[in-house]
Design a protein. Sequence first.
Length: 123
Amino acid sequence: MSNVIESETAVDPNFERERDELLQRASEKPTLRRIEAAEARAVEELEDSYPGLALFIEVTKEDFSKVYEGRLIATAQSSVEFLDLGKEYEQRGLINLTTYGKPLRDEALFLPPVFWLGAEQPD
């Protein structure tokens, strides 16, 4: 006796919409700003200097575990805007890093009381 199992993976309509929006943003590049810095800087320094932005960096100093410094090539609000730039760098054989600047605000994450396990409840 054989068992027949039918499986159909439904595609979330939100995924399709989000994918289309990302691809459109990647083609239009509404916030992409080319910097093409001449000098290399520490990655941490770049992240501090451009809070809340995605950073496309040409790597100039790295080892097997970490990227230390690079030249800032571009900034954008979303890293999806770097797709063409990333392909260009790959074709040229250059190493790049996409990272994000520090968050704009350091806000504590609010946890509802249900997550306060082990915490004393007020009387």
